[in-house]
Design a protein around this ligand. Structure first.
Ligand code: PMP
Length: 462
């Protein structure tokens, strides 16, 4: 505002913290305390490490936000970005193409399973999800089925933070005080094997969850249901790995009722589970659309994509003139596409996917070893994705929203040089994919010490 004095160019660390606190409203801020909270300012990164403004080094446990696959501070990335800026920083994506966009689209079609050959570039994951849902609207309007628009999603799912992608996200906490278009969304109960009824087998649980989807389609009427959207592993909702066969069977039900299956691979794509996309090699499905972002550029620049099957594209295309009026100024941004290509080149040259497949069993084994702590309720994950959930006091059936297990763990880990991502009663981690076995040990050693400390604190507190 006008009352603020203009500022010098090189602030002190204290000034930086103050300006950040007073003027930079962060995503997911607690509105009662946001001005008081003195958050960290991250200054630089190298490999799996980041340094804060006080010069403290931390392992980047969340890999940025599940996205820094090749690690921080890669000179080659800087060079590729700089070269593309000098060659062509920007051109309108509307009807013109660029070399990096054309090559990247071709590469994504190659990585995507089955007949998913058409790529629509977006600015990130949320806009990729919006694009998938708008494509479904467009498709069903064209097919003369204007009522076939309901999206079936799941409790605890996260699909983004635009109006539409937030509407199909199932985390209740994120909906408080926001309006949403709820006529077009139906939520299935979450698919959390840890919370299955006492004594129920994992197979019976899977049957029940698959049946939830079919019943919902039948009750809503298949003529009204346009799409089912699911993360292969429900990530922000707590790294929830579905029971074996769940995705394959839900996809079959979608096909049976002419419902599109959208696989949201924003987190699981680009190597997190050891493959470019997890849908086919890990979960044995060829969906109708795949959304991706994050690891596509290893977080160096923003970019997302919605990859669409030939079958869907054929139905979206026709003899008459109908405009698919969807897109962004920064769709297929040439510099972002150049960053994605360099990221892919590095991942191929360093065999990052093979590395993930090689170290993931060890990563998961160390995670599972925390079973020995009575304060731990569940340990789960896959690939280089993991989650520790604190034991809830009122039994396995409810989410203890008031538990600070995740925050406590996070505070201690941070003091000892590991950044985590606390999620209420959980702590999740998804480190850079280039993490070595020794660095995995360093990470889990810090967590183990922290678990010991939290155990004794929680005993004292009761
Ligand atoms: N889908 C999933 C599965 C995600 O995890 C996220 C981001 N955490 C999004 C979509 C939204 O992506 P973005 O924040 O890039 O818009």
């Amino acid at each position: 505002g006008a009352h603020l004095k203009s500022v010098r160019n090189s602030p002190t660390v204290d000034e930086l913290h103050e300006w950040d606190r007073l003027h930079n409203l962060k995503p997911w801020s607690m509105m009662n305390t946001w001005r008081e909270e003195d958050g960290q300012i991250i200054d630089r990164g190298d490999g799996i490490y980041m340094w804060d403004s006080h010069g403290r080094r931390m392992i980047d446990g969340p890999g940025g936000m599940w996205c820094v696959q090749i690690g921080h501070g890669r000179r080659e990335m800087a060079d590729a970005i700089s070269d593309q800026v000098m060659r062509l920083a920007y051109s309108s994506p509307f009807s013109t193409g660029t070399e990096p966009a054309a090559i990247l689209a071709r590469r994504l079609a190659e990585f995507a399973p089955g007949d998913l050959n058409t790529v629509f570039f977006t600015t990130g994951g949320s806009t990729a999800v919006d694009t998938a849902l708008r494509a479904m609207h467009f498709l069903n309007n064209r097919r003369g089925m204007p009522d076939k628009k309901i999206v079936i999603s799941r409790e605890r799912a996260y699909h983004g933070s635009t109006y539409l992608s937030a509407t199909v996200s199932g985390k209740e906490r994120n909906r408080t005080r926001f309006d949403k278009e709820n006529r077009l969304v139906h939520f299935l109960p979450d698919v959390d094997p840890y919370r299955r009824p006492e004594g129920m087998s994992i197979e019976a649980f899977c049957d029940q969850k698959v049946d939830d989807l079919e019943q919902a389609i039948l009750e809503l009427g298949p003529e009204n249901v346009g799409a089912f959207i699911a993360e292969p592993i429900l990530c922000s909702g707590g790294v929830i790995v579905p029971p074996p066969g769940y995705h394959k069977r839900t996809l079959e039900i979608c096909r049976k009722h002419d419902v599109l299956y959208i696989s949201d691979e924003v987190v699981t794509g680009f190597g997190r589970l050891g493959h470019w996309f997890a849908s086919e090699p890990v979960f044995d499905i060829v969906p109708d659309m795949i959304t991706c972002a994050k690891g596509l550029t290893s977080g160096y620049l923003p970019l997302g994509a919605c990859i669409i099957s030939d079958r869907v594209m054929e139905q979206m295309t026709g003899p008459e003139e109908v405009l698919f009026s969807n897109g962004y100024t920064y769709s297929a941004h040439p510099v972002s596409c150049a960053a994605a290509l360099k990221n892919i080149e590095i991942m191929e040259r360093e065999n990052v996917l093979g590395h993930v497949r090689e170290v993931a069993p060890y990563f998961q084994e160390r995670l599972r070893s925390f079973e020995k702590f009575p304060i731990v309720g569940d340990l789960r994950g896959m690939g280089l994705l993991g989650c520790i959930e604190g034991k809830v006091t009122e039994g396995r059936s409810s989410l203890a929203l008031d538990s600070d297990f995740g925050t406590r763990l996070d505070t201690i880990c941070e003091e000892n040089g590991l950044l985590l991502r606390p999620l209420i009663n959980m702590a999740v981690f998804s480190p850079p994919l280039i993490i070595s076995k020794a660095q995995i040990d360093a990470m889990f050693d810090i967590i183990e010490d922290a678990l010991e400390q939290v155990s004794s604190e929680m005993e004292v507190d009761g």
